[in-house]
Every structure is written in C-alpha cells, then in structure tokens.
Design a binder for this molecule. Structure first.
Ligand SMILES: NC(=O)C1=CN([C@@H]2O[C@H](COP(=O)(O)OP(=O)(O)OC[C@H]3O[C@@H](n4cnc5c(N)ncnc54)[C@H](O)[C@@H]3O)[C@@H](O)[C@H]2O)C=CC1
Ligand SMILES: O=C(O)[C@@H]1CCC=N1
Length: 276
C-alpha cells in the first residue's frame, strides 16, 4: 500500500505539525482527514491542500467517520483521552488499518487491550519541528505491526524529517530527549534573551542576537562534519572571554541538570502509562 487514506484524530500542535509535512507528499496522495474539537481550529486546517477537516462540535461522529474509511489512523489527542477515543473508533476500524499513536506514555499494551491484539499498532514520538520538515521521530512496532507496515509509517514520518526505529522499551526515554527537546532549546533561548536585555539591549535587539545565534550555530552544526565539542572549541579562545563563560555554565553541572530533567520526564511518562 503506497498511498493510504490517512486520518489524524486530534490535529493540534503535534498532529497539525505532522499534517504540514504530509500535505502534498506521495504518502498522503489518497487524502487526509483530520478531526478537532472546535470549528475554529478545523477552519485553519481545511485550507490545506487535500485535507478534509472535521470539527467535532458540528460533526460529533467525526472520529468514527474518519476512522471508518482510513487505512492509517494517527491518534493525536492528549494521553489521558486516548483510551476513550480508542473505544469510540474500535468498532469502526477496517480490517488491516494501522493505528499510530503520538501520545506520550500510553503503551502498546493499552492500545491492543482496547483495539484487539490483531490490530497493527505503532507507537511514535515526533517533535514539533515537524512543522518545518525538521522533526526527529522515534517509532516502535506493536505486536501485530509487520515490517511492511513499519516501512509505511517510516515513510509517513520522513515527510516531516528524520526517523529512528527503536523497541517500545526505549520510546519513553527517546521522548525525554527529542520529544520534549524543542522545549529545552526554547527555554535556553528565552533565558539568554533575558541576559541580553539585562545588559541594556532592547527586546528586539536581544531576540535578534539570540535567535540568530541559535539558528546560525545549529545550521553550522548541520553543515559541518565536526562534532559539537569541536565547534565549541573553535569559539573558545584559550584564556579568552568564552572560556570564562563556559566555566560558569559547567560549574552549574549542566550534565546533572539534564540528567535530572530527563529523569523527571521519564517518571511522568510512567505515570501516564499507569493511568491510561
Ligand atoms: N506537543 C508536542 O511537542 C508533542 C506532543 N506529543 C503528543 O501528541 C499528543 C497531542 O499533544 P498536543 O498536540 O501538544 O496537544 P494539543 O492540545 O495541541 O492537540 C490536541 C488536539 O486534539 C483535539 N481533540 C481533543 N479531544 C479530541 C477528541 N476526542 N477527538 C478528536 N480531537 C480531539 C483538540 O481539539 C486539539 O486540537 C499528546 O498525546 C502528546 O503526548 C508527542 C510528541 C510531541
Ligand atoms: O509534554 C508532553 O507530554 C509531550 C510529549 C513530548 C513533548 N510533548
């Protein structure tokens, strides 16, 4: 199956970002149906080429309607509401439809316990740079997912960036790094911007300096064969100014801070798994 009919149930921040990559791609040539709660959100998505956008407030059976005709269903609602949505669509799924989860924490076992063990389930963990085709997405096969189905899911996420296949036991850990990762980057940008404002720059000047520095540094990393440590060394003159700043950052034990932060995210994924 090269061009499945795709449904994205809950096309918010994450589902909507994936939709942007999918639109116009070969994988989505047979069309995409998306659902949302509100008419306002549905209106924005309806303008995208090849997209049928349903607002549940005006079409309450929208999830079941979209799932009934889909070959591949992406579950894009918040983790706590996944089980209810699965119970809603389970009676309507066609034989052979692949169900792909975007939800943090919710296990394959939960999906299979509601949909049946014969339904092909794939857990995924994308990130919001999908919006601009620069995501990195982890995918993990459920019990019934064949290698052909995994190839199709890989192709789907490759429309939004890079794909990494991992066993399900690693998908929550992957989420703490790349799923949540854009938030860590934006936080660093926010904090460095505050430091610039405190040094007397206007907010516009501060934002230009900081944002272009992150964009420029990551573009340099992307274009270079060298690793980040080497690229950092080239900024850091021996006994120069950067060396002093980096020493302060290292004294803050950033390694331990990131270990604690990602451990906290992992613990939350386990709570979400236990409560779904
Ligand atoms: N935001 C992110 O960076 C990432 C989010 N995820 C996962 O994606 C899922 C969605 O997260 P976000 O997009 O951030 O949330 P969101 O709140 O932006 O999107 C959820 C969407 O679902 C819709 N919705 C709510 N109930 C619905 C229902 N019963 N049927 C159909 N649509 C319904 C809402 O209208 C909304 O548009 C979560 O499970 C999260 O764990 C995964 C990776 C990254
Ligand atoms: O915060 C969350 O739970 C989701 C999963 C990874 C990014 N956002």
């Amino acid at each position: 199956m090269t061009s499945p009919r795709i449904a994205i149930l809950g096309a918010g921040s994450m589902g909507g970002a994936i939709l942007r990559g999918l639109v116009g791609s070969e994988v989505a040539a047979a069309g995409i149906t998306v659902t949302n709660r509100t008419a306002e959100k549905a209106r924005d998505l309806a303008e995208l080429d090849g997209v049928t956008s349903i607002a549940l407030e005006s079409q309450p059976t929208g999830n079941a309607d979209a799932a009934a005709t889909a070959d591949l269903v992406l579950i894009g609602v918040k983790p706590a509401t996944v089980p209810d949505l699965l119970r809603e669509i389970a009676p309507h799924l066609k034989h052979g439809t692949i169900v792909v989860s975007l939800a943090a924490g919710v296990t394959v076992a939960t999906f299979e316990s509601i949909l049946g063990a014969d339904v092909s389930v794939v857990r995924s963990m994308p990130n919001t740079p999908a919006f601009v085709g620069k995501a990195v997405t982890g995918i993990a096969a459920g019990t019934a997912a064949s290698s052909e189905q995994m190839s199709l899911v890989r192709a789907l996420f490759e429309t939004c960036g890079e794909v990494l296949e991992v066993p399900e036991t690693k998908i929550d850990a992957l989420s703490t790094i790349s799923g949540s990762g854009p938030a860590y980057v934006f936080l660093l940008i926010e904090e460095l911007t505050k430091a610039a404002v405190a040094k007397g720059f206007t907010i516009d000047e501060a934002r230009r300096m900081v944002e272009q520095t992150f964009i420029g540094a990551t573009a340099l990393l992307d274009a270079s064969d060298d690793d980040p440590a080497e690229l950092r060394r080239r900024v850091t003159s021996p006994n120069g100014t950067t060396e002093r700043a980096v020493a302060v950052l290292q004294d803050a034990n950033l390694d331990q801070v990131f270990a604690r932060a990602t451990d906290a995210a992992l613990a939350r994924a386990r709570e979400l798994a236990a409560s779904s």
